[in-house]
Design a binder for this molecule. Sequence first.
Ligand code: MN
Length: 241
Amino acid sequence: MPLNRRQILAAAVTAAALAPRVVVAQTPPAPTTGPFTLPPLPYPTNALEPHIDTLTMEIHHDRHHGAYVANLNAIAKDYPQIAAAPPAQILQKLGELPEQIRTGVRNNLGGHVNHSMFWEIMSPAGGKPSAELAAAIDRDLGGLDKFQNDFNAGGLRVFGSGWTLVTVAPDGKLTLETRPNQDSVLMDGKRVLLGNDVWEHAYYLHYQNRRADYLKAWWNVVNWNALNRRYAAAKAGSLEI
Ligand code: MN
């Protein structure tokens, strides 16, 4: 018995529902050549699930950080001096750059160093604080629990986009700080031990407006092994960004 029109339609709808979902190929980031390069993630984009979702990591690393790098390379075409010294030196002496590129370098070189640090200090298997770092956290930040609560509170206080972070002085002293936009503590001649990105692009796909939940979950993916290395390097004067 031939199918009537309604049955044919129903069969077509069922077939469509059962068909594999078409995955739309994402546009790769614009190729960029120049003195600045996007550092590869030190782990797969799905490594920080469920705390940071795969799509957020792809977009955040490839597109957002990729854009800062592309913008820097575009500026460097006419102003190669922005790549002629380490980022810390360039950022600390922004006032010596031509006025027309100062804001672009502040935003994009700041974004580049902030994100290069950010990828490094996360991991699916993060270890734990060294005895030396744990002692500094107790001494300067009131212990691990208080430190994490205060760090998260700093992230909640940032209005709009920015960073909550801990700076480390050459003598090892730790200080909680925040910065708006992509401002870097390197601008102030400081070094960062760790920072969390509270721009909405860092969490909105999974957490939407729940920044507090993101801040809390983020501690599950902190790479303490990297923090231990950064702390020792800061005291040795060899922490570059
Ligand atoms: Mn970001």
